[in-house]
Design a protein around this ligand. Structure first.
Ligand code: 1GP
Length: 231
């Protein structure tokens, strides 16, 4: 099958099934505790995302390899930059930071990645990435030197998501930033979801089961949680 990971996401979300990804930041991950970490993950976990805003060279590959030995969950790279791309994963969220106006993260890193991707068998899923204010300065804001969109400016968030879909993104990711104080408000999630035909990912600052369920109810197809599981 072509693009099996994306086809599976589409077929599940089109039936209203909810997906759940745990984000693993290789810089914060202890390889020696991989088995224990994986055993403690909720049974509802459908995907593992691996990545961070900045990661020491080689750590992503080591982390992915170790997880692969111990889990059959699909691993999607969620890279902060081109250095984090490794063939050991199953797929790659090919992100463009649509909320920002820094060409480095809109297109430059993507161009730089092509020589690596040409030789790779990673399934590439084009993903429009939208940074939204989560009440503190996120690593994405710091590293990308771009401003998040305010949660008060829902029209700009909606328009950015639609622009992403029109540009050909296969998924839209609404991101409040890892460790956000305030996750994305359910009203924003539902307003964006109404306008999209493609799956919607939501993450950043989701700490409780209630917040997760609220995001699903509002229309998130896939919820991402990271920080809570790092502890
Ligand atoms: C960050 O959306 C993810 O990219 C997860 O955020 O670490 O706050 O759960 P948390």
């Amino acid at each position: 099958m072509i693009n099996p990971l994306y086809q599976s996401i589409l077929s599940k979300t089109s039936k209203g099934e909810k997906l759940f990804a745990i984000l693993i930041d290789p810089d914060a991950f202890q390889l020696s505790k991989t088995t224990k970490f994986l055993q403690q993950l909720p049974k509802t976990t459908t995907h593992l995302f691996v990545g961070g805003s900045t990661v020491e060279t080689g750590k992503t590959e080591a982390t992915v390899s170790e997880i692969k030995k111990n889990s059959s969950l699909p691993i999607l790279l969620f890279p902060g930059d081109v250095s984090q791309i490794t063939n050991k994963a199953d797929g790659l969220l090919f992100l463009s930071l649509l909320s920002g106006r820094n060409p480095e993260y809109l297109i430059e890193q993507q161009v730089k990645s092509v020589s690596k991707l040409r030789k790779s068998r990673l399934e590439i899923i084009s993903t429009g990435y939208i940074l939204i204010d989560g009440g503190n300065i996120s690593a994405v804001e710091r590293v990308s030197k771009t401003k998040p969109i305010s949660q008060k400016n829902s029209q700009e968030i909606i328009d950015t998501a639609i622009a992403g879909e029109l540009l050909g993104s296969k998924m839209i990711y609404l991101e409040a930033g890892s460790g956000a104080k305030i996750p994305i408000h359910p009203e924003i999630i539902s307003a964006v979801k109404k306008e999209l035909k493609i799956p919607l990912i939501v993450g950043g600052g989701i700490k409780t089961e209630k917040q997760k369920q609220d995001a699903y109810q509002a229309g998130a197809d896939l919820v991402v949680m990271g920080t809570v599981y790092e502890k």
